[in-house]
Design a protein around this ligand. Structure first.
Ligand SMILES: *Cc1c(COP(=O)(O)O)cnc(C)c1O
Length: 424
C-alpha cells in the first residue's frame, strides 16, 4: 500500500517538480480544479501591472505598435501552436471557445455547402459540453440543418452520407474520456465529412498533433490547462487547406486584410487572421501569455510528452489509492482505465451525495468540482483535474485521504454541504 512518504519520494524524483514554482498557490489548499480554472502564474500580476502602468498608462495609443498589442493574437497563437501540433501562423488567440466554435463551424458548413451540397447533418455527442451543442443548434437552425447527437461511442455508425460536419470534444469534460483524434478524423474524412475538434480539455493537458491527425478545424480554451486567467481569450486553428476558402460570418475589422485603410467593403485577411473579429482584450492577452509561458517552460524538460507521462502517473496513483483506501463506499470510476482513452482528470461517481462530498472536500481545502448527471446514462460526477505542471503525487494522496475521511465519518451529510451554489 502506498504511503504519504512514498508519494513525497515520487515528488522528489519528479523531473518536472520545478514547474510548480512558476505558480502562486495558496497554502493549505490541494488544488485539483485546473481543468476549470488554471492556477495563477507567478509572473502574471507583475506583467499585467506593467501592461497597465507602462504600456497603457505611459505608452497610451502608441502601445498598439510599440508594445506589440496589435500582433498579440498571432504571437500567442504561435505559442499555442507548439502545444497542439500546428504550425506558426495557423492559430489565433481570440474571443471565447463558444464564439470560435461558431466561427469555425460556420466556415466548415460553408465549405461543405459548395463541395457536397446534399449533406445536411451535423453530428456531435449528447455528452459534449453544452455550449458546444447550443452553438451547433443555433447554426443548424439558421441553416436548416439537422443536429444529430450520438448517445454511444460508435462514431462510425453515425457517419452516414448525409453528415456534413462531425464536431467533437477531444477529451470529455465530465468523464475525461479521450477520443483517438487521428482514427476518428480519418474515419470521418473517408466518409466525406469535415471534422471540428474542441481542445478545451486537451491543450496543455495531453499531446495533440492536429497535422498528424489531418484535422480540419479546432478550437480550445485559454483559462483551463493554459492558465490564462478567468475568461482568458480562447483560440482557433484552421487547416491551411481551408483557411483561405471562405471567411467566417463574424467579419469584423480585425479580420480585414487592411483594417487601417477603413474601406467600406470587407476584404478578408489572408490566413488565420480572418478568424479575428474585433478589438482584443489586451490585458487578458497579457495574462494568457504568462499562462502559455508556464506550459512552454516544460519544453526543455520533455514538453508535452513529459507532462503526459506525469499526468498518467497521477491519475493512475489516484485510481490505486481510491481502490486501496475508499473501498466499500460505493464509488465508481467514470474515467477510462486505458491510458490511450484517458485525459488529465479523474472522475468518480456515487449514487448519492456526490455534490455534498465535493463541498465537504472543498471545506477541507481539497478543491475539485461536481458535474451533474442527466438522471440516466450519465451519473453525477466528482471531478478532479490533475494539471501535471503543478500537481504533486502528495496532492493526490491528500485528496484521497480527505475523501476517505469524508466518507468514513459521513461528514458530507451535514446540511451546509447540501446547499447548491450558483457555480459548481
Ligand atoms: C470549458 C469549455 C468551453 C468553454 O466555453 P467558453 O466560451 O469559454 O465559456 C467550451 N467547450 C468545452 C468543451 C469546454 O470544456
Amino acid at each position: 500500500m502506498k504511503t504519504l512518504q512514498d508519494c513525497q519520494a515520487l515528488d522528489a524524483q519528479d523531473p518536472l517538480r520545478t514547474l510548480r514554482d512558476l505558480f502562486e498557490l495558496p497554502g493549505g489548499v490541494t488544488y485539483l480544479d485546473g481543468n476549470s480554472l488554471g492556477a495563477l502564474p507567478r509572473a502574471a500580476a507583475a506583467r499585467v501591472a506593467a501592461a497597465v502602468h507602462q504600456q497603457w498608462g505611459m505608452g497610451l495609443i502608441r502601445s498598439w505598435n510599440d508594445a506589440g498589442w496589435f500582433d498579440m493574437p498571432g504571437r500567442l497563437g504561435d505559442k499555442i501552436a507548439r502545444l497542439i501540433g500546428a504550425r506558426p501562423g495557423e492559430v489565433v488567440a481570440t474571443d471565447t471557445t463558444s464564439i470560435n466554435l461558431y466561427k469555425v463551424l460556420s466556415a466548415a458548413l460553408r465549405i461543405v455547402r459548395v463541395d457536397a451540397p446534399g449533406r445536411s447533418v451535423v453530428v456531435s455527442e449528447r455528452s459534449n459540453f453544452p455550449t458546444d451543442l447550443y452553438i451547433a443548434q443555433a447554426l443548424c437552425q439558421e441553416s436548416s440543418l439537422r443536429l444529430h447527437l450520438m448517445d454511444g461511442d460508435d462514431v462510425e455508425a453515425a457517419l452516414t452520407p448525409e453528415v456534413a460536419v462531425l464536431m467533437l470534444t477531444h477529451v470529455n469534460y465530465r468523464t475525461g474520456a479521450m477520443h483517438d483524434m487521428a482514427a476518428v478524423t480519418r474515419a470521418a474524412q473517408a466518409r466525406g465529412s469535415l471534422v471540428v475538434w474542441d481542445l478545451a480539455h486537451s491543450a496543455g493537458a495531453v499531446p495533440v498533433d492536429l497535422h498528424a491527425a489531418g484535422a480540419d478545424f479546432a478550437v480550445g480554451c485559454g483559462y483551463k490547462y493554459l492558465n490564462g486567467g478567468p475568461g482568458a481569450p480562447a483560440f482557433c486553428w484552421v487547416h491551411p487547406r481551408h483557411t483561405d476558402r471562405f471567411w467566417q460570418p463574424l467579419a469584423g475589422w480585425w479580420g480585414h486584410a487592411a483594417p487601417f485603410e477603413f474601406t467600406p467593403e470587407y476584404r478578408p485577411a489572408p490566413g488565420i487572421a480572418r478568424y479575428l473579429c474585433g478589438t482584443q482584450p489586451i490585458l487578458s492577452m497579457v495574462a494568457l501569455e504568462c499562462g502559455l509561458d508556464t506550459v512552454l517552460a516544460a519544453e526543455p524538460l520533455g514538453g508535452m510528452a513529459a507532462l503526459r507521462a506525469k499526468s498518467l502517473a497521477l491519475t493512475d496513483l489516484f485510481i490505486e489509492l481510491v481502490e486501496q483506501r475508499c473501498d466499500g463506499h460505493g464509488l465508481g470510476m467514470a474515467t477510462p482505465l486505458e491510458h490511450e482513452r484517458r485525459g488529465s482528470q479523474l472522475c468518480l461517481t456515487r449514487d448519492v451525495g456526490s455534490y455534498a462530498i465535493v463541498q465537504a472536500l472543498i471545506a477541507r481545502g481539497v478543491i475539485g468540482d461536481f458535474r451533474a448527471g442527466d438522471g440516466g446514462r450519465y451519473k453525477d460526477i466528482l471531478r478532479f483535474g490533475l494539471t501535471p505542471l503543478y500537481t504533486r503525487h502528495q496532492d493526490v494522496w491528500q485528496a484521497v485521504e480527505h475523501l476517505r475521511q469524508v466518507l468514513d465519518t459521513a461528514e458530507w451529510q451535514r446540511p451546509e454541504f447540501n446547499q447548491k451554489h450558483a457555480v459548481t
